[in-house]
Design a protein around this ligand. Sequence first.
Ligand SMILES: [Zn+2]
Length: 126
Amino acid sequence: MKKTTREDYRIVITPRRLGDLGWMSISDRMASSDIERDTRERCEAIVKQVKRHVDNVGSVEMQFSEVHTCSYCCLTWEELTAAEATNPSYQQDEHSIEGEPVCCDKAIDEFRAARDIPAVEWDVKS
Ligand SMILES: [Zn+2]
């Protein structure tokens, strides 16, 4: 028969949301001008406190996932694949290449300027 044994025990600590003030709750955006920085600092402080005050801790590490967004339009960062770059229905124009962002004009302009690729003629297209 199948026997289940639990091993590799870990304790996961989730930091309190920045906007969770205990006595009231507001959005993280209202509580912080830089959510990523303030959350990282909160977690670093928790790591220090656990190391200093908690017995029998083998190791403490901060883990996170990365989310890629466009700094101009805040949408999820997406780029043309090699196949899309050669497909006219995905191309901005004949100069579109693999890796070109797809979210907004500013991101595409920046990508092209950094690579000396002729800019999209936005006025003609729209
Ligand atoms: Zn964008």
